[in-house]
Ligand binder design. Structure first.
Ligand code: F0G
Length: 459
């Protein structure tokens, strides 16, 4: 098998990092005209989740499950063992996850939210409390579905979105201590989401994660990590520590070592199109979790995944800690962020790990919060350029929204510089005529996770 090789850091005057790969398989992109895009928007009730991907030119809806696979992943997938129980592919995945996390008990699930559902069912009862630097929407929904109360306590550093401070993904330690005293009998666990997707994809510092872990231990609480972007988080720590702490893989393992329980959607830093796992050293807890995996997901050696998928994840977890990959990945996000900043787009600073976040309330000051300025920008980007993005604000999070954001998530290893430059051009076009874009009202919504299916009407 071809090994990935760490590239030397080549100093050039380029503001864009050279791709550490070349194109081999093509996925062509359609470019519809503006009239066709307006029609598509109307047909989808202005909800971008309902637009056919064929009608999207650049898809920044998510970085989840959208990574390009390497030739090594594809070739390993051909060896997928589809046996029901104890398949070879499971053994490879289990070994890879043990190596990646340093944990002894690995439980497969078909994606992140399956882990959330199973963990919630084992750990939570009605009125229990869980605290986090930021629950992702599906995490919150799964925990609340059990009747639990989920409280986000991000660091105060996030209160000023435009200010560039490192580790804005931290948990607020003072509030954490205060809330543990307040809800002493109800609190079940502390969850760190790495990176903090709900608050700009910002990383948490090793110090903050350690501190939160110690507080959990002292108070007899479980410390849980949502690890779906843990490698990107580790890259920020590595850079901040002037690269002193050895390689990225060591930092990833250090972070996992702080958690009693971790779960990961491998659709993100697993560099795979699906899958996930739960990891712990607690055998008794693992046994309980496995019982529910059999009930909801599949046998405990595949958890809803095919052998091929397990092969691609096993390899993806090795590729993702490669420095050449990470330098490009994070370099690409920094470039995109800087180009948008140069033309005056209000952004969350500094750029996070997997996306650039636009402050839509500032971008469209004429649209009030309850008319969803974020959704107005999302639809404008599609209308003018066929770009698909996602609102993370009052539409997605309703009352718990702290900001009106639009996330431009960058799929891994998928787009190149010209795609990003094209998006910057579309932003220029929208900026030149902001007032023509109007807000929205909801005409239908589901009882939870409304943003996926709601119908909207322009004002
Ligand atoms: N946790 C975080 C922090 C996430 O970002 C996601 C998914 C999940 C859990 C759930 O994982 O999708 O495999 O069930 N985030 C995607 C996104 C959907 O677009 O940010 P999943």
């Amino acid at each position: 098998m071809t090994k990935t090789i760490n590239w030397p850091i080549i100093k050039t005057n380029m503001s864009y990092p050279i791709e550490p790969y070349k194109v081999k398989v093509l996925n062509s992109i359609n470019i519809l005209n503006r009239t066709e895009r307006i029609k598509a928007l109307q047909k989808a009730d202005y909800n971008l989740f309902k637009i056919s991907s064929e009608k999207v030119t650049i898809d920044l809806l998510t970085d989840s499950g959208t990574s390009a696979l390497s030739q090594e992943q594809w070739s390993q997938m051909m060896l997928g063992d589809e046996s029901y129980a104890s398949a070879k592919s499971w053994e490879r995945l289990e070994a890879s996850v043990k190596n990646f996390t340093g944990k002894k008990e690995i439980i497969p699930v078909h994606q992140g939210r399956a882990a959330e559902k199973i963990i919630a069912e084992i750990l939570l009862q009605k009125n229990d409390v869980a605290l986090s630097n930021g629950f992702f929407d599906t995490t919150r929904a799964n925990l609340e579905h059990r009747g639990a109360i989920c409280l986000d306590i991000p660091t105060e550093k996030i209160l000023n979105p435009s200010q560039s401070r490192l580790f804005k993904g931290d948990i607020n330690i003072k509030k954490l201590q205060r809330l543990i005293s307040k809800y002493r009998k109800q609190i079940k666990f502390i969850l760190m989401t790495l990176t903090n997707n709900t608050y700009g994809g910002q990383p948490a510092s090793l110090k903050n994660v350690s501190l939160a872990g110690n507080i959990a231990k002292k108070n007899g609480l479980l410390f849980v990590i949502d690890a779906c972007r843990i490698v990107e988080n580790a890259y920020f720590i590595w850079r901040d520590e002037q690269k002193k702490r050895g390689n990225i893989k060591n930092i990833v393992r250090k972070l996992f070592s702080l958690a009693d329980l971790a779960f990961m959607s491998t659709k993100k830093d697993g560099l795979a199109n699906s899958g996930g796992f739960i990891a712990t050293n607690d055998h008794a807890l693992a046994t309980q979790l496995r019982e529910l995996v059999v009930l909801y997901e599949g046998f405990i050696t595949y958890g809803g995944m095919t052998g091929r998928e397990m092969e691609s994840i096993a390899r993806g977890l090795e590729e993702v800690v490669d420095l050449a990959y990470l330098n490009h990945r994070l370099g690409q996000i920094i470039y995109f962020h800087n180009e948008l900043a140069k033309i005056g787009i209000p952004l969350i600073n500094p750029p996070g790990g997997h996306a650039v976040y636009v402050d839509a309330a500032k971008f469209f000051p004429h649209i009030p919060k309850n008319n969803f300025p974020g959704q107005a920008l999302v639809t404008a980007l599609y209308q003018e350029g066929g770009i698909r993005s996602v609102e993370i604000g009052s539409l997605m999070l309703a009352g718990s929204a702290k900001n009106e954001l639009v996330r431009l998530a960058i799929p891994r290893r998928t787009y190149v510089q010209s795609h990003l430059d094209y998006i910057v051009e579309i932003f220029k076009k929208i900026t030149a005529n902001k007032k023509q874009y109007k807000g929205f009202k909801i005409i239908w919504q589901a009882s939870s996770l409304r943003h996926f299916t709601c119908k909207l009407k322009p004002l």
